[in-house]
Write a protein that binds this ligand. Structure first.
Ligand SMILES: Cc1cc2nc3c(=O)[nH]c(=O)nc-3n(C[C@H](O)[C@H](O)[C@H](O)COP(=O)(O)O)c2cc1C
Length: 311
């Protein structure tokens, strides 16, 4: 078995079958271009950012790399409709989608030659995406940073692989070559990684954020907001522990929770604000020990994966 040639590398014309996951407020052109230049697929996060900012980021990414890159569209966000159009206007080669069903945009994207790769938390959504014309799906387990589903990567990936014909990428809890090799053993043909890239040199987050990721132990992630219907995985901080406790003991209503977390990711990313910031991060942070360039991260991961898979 090898990672060197899969349906994902062939479909997208990339060297390594690895996506840097869209990360709202974080994954901008510098990080995306660094990952694409290193042979993976860098992805600019659409989040709820203003369209003019995203247009500028897409153009900047094109000036920094001649390799393919993608844009992530959160379907629940107010800018989804405009962004769906922008990626066509700007000739973005790949779109990944989160938080919902991109069915209504599919025909226009396909006509424009955009490759569409939705993130799915379940077999049912994977099958629906395949029927709508998706080129591949990313099966994302609950170990992931950010908004999460319930199923684990280990359980979800092989079930999605069995259920669809299109290629599957695994996401959630992958930060070294062992994670890639395991994903391939489960039938994935590529991986999407978020948390490991939080500690990349090119990642533009506040240094406090990187330090929290690098210092995190295996037990330092906490899920908050299940009762709002939008659970998120974060690094344990005073703030995230307060949210988790408030949810548990009822001292924070879901409405109060929404109020105190509004804008909290931006406060973490830009200000490193430990009192009011949400430091979204996956459970694998405990294994991330060093800040280094994207190129080194990717080459080390695939060197290790190849050695394991060729045994
Ligand atoms: C800080 C952070 C923000 C994220 N924001 C988004 C987002 O805006 N859209 C999305 O589809 N996924 C988002 N994700 C999920 C990632 O794209 C990716 O699938 C996930 O991080 C993979 O799991 P890992 O963190 O264990 O590597 C985010 C993840 C993190 C860590």
């Amino acid at each position: 078995m090898t990672t060197k040639k899969t349906r994902i590398t062939e479909l997208l014309g990339i060297k390594y079958p690895i996506f840097q996951g869209g990360m709202a407020w974080i994954a901008e052109s510098t990080l995306a271009a660094a990952v694409s230049n290193a042979g993976g697929l860098g992805i600019i996060a659409g989040g709820s950012a203003p369209i003019d900012y995203l247009r500028e980021q897409i153009r900047r990414c094109k000036s920094l790399t001649d390799k393919p890159f993608g844009v992530n569209i959160m379907l629940m966000s107010p800018n989804a409709e405009e962004l769906a159009q922008l990626v066509i206007e700007e000739g973005v080669p790949v779109v990944t989608t989160g938080a919902g069903n991109p069915g209504k945009f599919m025909a226009a994207w396909k006509e424009a030659g955009v490759k569409v790769i939705p993130v799915v938390p379940s077999v049912a959504l994977a099958k629906r995406m395949e029927r709508s014309g998706a080129d591949a799906v990313i099966a994302e387990g609950t170990e992931s940073g950010g908004h999460i589903g319930e199923n684990t990567t280990m359980c979800l990936v092989p079930q999605v692989v069995d259920a669809v014909e299109i290629p599957v990428l695994a996401a959630g809890g992958i930060a070294d070559g062992r994670g890639i090799a395991a994903s391939f053993m489960l039938g994935a043909e590529g991986v999407q990684v978020g948390t490991r890239f939080l500690a990349a040199d090119e990642c533009q987050v506040n240094p406090v954020y990187k330090e929290l990721v690098v210092k995190a132990k295996d037990t330092d992630s906490v899920v908050t907001g299940r009762y709002t219907g939008h659970p998120c995985r974060n690094v344990k901080t005073k703030f995230s522990k307060m949210l988790a406790n408030g949810e548990k003991d009822g001292s924070l209503t879901p409405e109060q929770f929404e109020e105190v977390t509004l804008g909290s990711l931006r406060k973490a990313v830009q200000d490193g604000n430990l009192d009011e910031g949400s430091f979204l991060c996956g459970a694998i942070a405990g294994m991330v020990k060093e800040v280094k360039p994207c190129k080194d991260i990717i080459e080390e991961m695939f060197g290790e994966a190849e050695a394991l898979l060729s045994k």
